[in-house]
Design a protein around this ligand. Structure first.
Ligand SMILES: NC(=O)c1ccc[n+]([C@@H]2O[C@H](COP(=O)([O-])OP(=O)(O)OC[C@H]3O[C@@H](n4cnc5c(N)ncnc54)[C@H](O)[C@@H]3O)[C@@H](O)[C@H]2O)c1
Ligand SMILES: O=C(O)C(=O)C[C@@H](O)[C@H](O)[C@H](O)COP(=O)(O)O
Ligand SMILES: [Zn+2]
Length: 379
């Protein structure tokens, strides 16, 4: 029996280049297994005296030398800055240690930074590049699924603040994004699941055919099948490039990429950064946002159930944590009022108003409270 959606589309090539066009600037996202074994992967880059690789204690022993070997013929001096691992280190203090290293290594405006790691390293390196000498070039070399399908593309860079997720940051684009799919072979299953959350996100907000493809290919993706991963990374980057190309600085459309994040960021901050992975919080946040969409009459119960089932199948939590023993709903609302999409203290949610279509709008507090109460673990 044949199905309408093949398990991996015949057109999927093991390698692809996605172009992101931002008007005055543009860059390529190259996707293939083995890019870190080939110096030609970095052929488009300018030559400079100094390159600095920013990575962490987990990724450096896995891929640091491969990247240094790739860059050796291009940069006379290559330095490596190894940061502590974890979302709880995505902060101003750790960022400051990057500035210290750039100054100590005599970096100038032509020096090139390389972000080698997941989204935490990518966001911090990008922000460091945006700030140092008012802006130096940087390259994204994402090594997690989440970073390859989302964080390395589009130029949002940031660190966290105790008052909120990604509160300090800049829009600052990389020169190039190099996604070596073979790095995903060492990624723990929990981190693969976290990446799947951001892949699933692209379905409800933009492409229901892609959602159906993910449903069919979920086991292959979780097993690390290269052809399936190549398609998921390519399609995710295509959608993100299209959205960011239309609205680089989130004046409007780009906010749809925040589906699941209003609730999700409240979860991350509420339980403490690093306790729930970003992708876990986004997965659960998407179920909460879809539930709110249903209660506003925008989608039906079957849509919410379909999304919830997929999030659960991806190995992600679908029951939200309690974040305050005395006033759980109040604490969620308080954290969400500090979200970057809020206006005048009014929370604006990314909601689904039809399969494959998102809208950004406020919702009555009482309704939001009912969603939090029903989606959270029992007290
Ligand atoms: N800028 C954006 O548009 C954007 C988009 C989505 C998420 N983010 C941010 O990205 C961060 C989450 O990124 P993440 O999920 O990649 O988390 P992460 O950067 O913490 O990486 C996850 C874990 O995997 C390890 N790791 C990385 N590559 C590995 C590999 N190949 N093999 C084995 N282990 C590896 C890391 O050391 C870390 O322990 C959050 O801070 C989130 O806010 C930013
Ligand atoms: O690129 C975007 O735009 C996104 O919103 C992608 C999100 O997945 C990502 O987590 C982003 O960092 C969230 O940004 P924020 O502005 O809500 O902090
Ligand atoms: Zn995200």
């Amino acid at each position: 029996m044949s199905t309408a959606i093949p398990s991996v589309p015949a057109a999927t090539s093991p390698s692809a280049t996605v172009h992101i066009d931002l008007g005055e600037r543009s860059y390529d996202i190259t996707i293939a297994a083995g890019l870190l074994a080939d110096p030609a992967s970095f052929d488009g880059l300018p030559r400079a005296a100094v390159a600095v690789i920013v990575t962490n204690t987990t990724v450096e022993p896995l891929y640091g030398q491969r990247l240094r070997d790739c860059l050796a013929g291009r940069f006379p001096a290559i330095h490596t800055v190894v940061l502590p691992d974890g979302e709880d280190h995505k902060d101003w203090n750790t960022l400051n240690t990057v500035f210290d290293a750039l100054a100590a290594h005599g970096c100038d405006r032509k020096s090139v930074l390389f972000a080698l790691g997941g989204g935490v390293i990518g966001d911090m390196t990008g922000f460091a590049a945006a700030c140092f000498m008012r802006g130096i070039p940087f390259v994204q070399v994402p090594t997690t699924l989440l970073a390859q399908v989302d964080s390395s593309v589009g130029g949002k860079t940031a660190v966290n603040h105790p008052a909120g997720k990604n509160l300090l940051g800049a829009f600052y684009q990389p020169l190039q994004v190099v996604c070596d799919l073979s790095t995903l072979a060492t990624l723990p299953p929990r981190e693969m699941s976290a990446g799947l959350a951001e892949i699933i996100k692209y379905g409800p907000i933009h492409d229901m055919d892609f959602l159906a493809w993910i449903e069919t290919n979920l086991e292959a993706l979780r097993a690390g099948d290269t052809a399936a991963l190549a398609h998921a990374v390519r399609r995710s980057c295509e959608i993100k490039a299209e959205v960011v190309g239309a609205d680089e600085r989130e004046a409007g459309l780009r906010a749809i990429l925040n589906f699941g994040h209003t609730f999700g960021h409240a979860i991350e901050a509420g339980v403490g950064f690093g306790v729930w992975l970003h992708g876990e919080a986004v997965g659960c946040g998407m179920v909460m946002a879809a539930t709110l969409s249903q209660r506003l009459g925008l989608v039906d119960a079957a849509f919410v159930a379909r999304l919830r089932t997929l999030v659960e199948r991806a190995g992600l939590p679908v029951v939200a944590p309690r974040i305050d023993a005395a006033d759980n709903e109040g604490r969620y609302l308080e954290l969400m009022r500090g979200d970057k999409k809020s206006e005048g203290g009014e929370i604006r949610f990314v909601l689904i108003d039809g399969p494959g279509r998102a809208v950004v709008r406020p919702a009555p507090d009482a309704l939001v409270r009912s969603v939090i109460a029903d989606c959270c673990a029992a007290g």
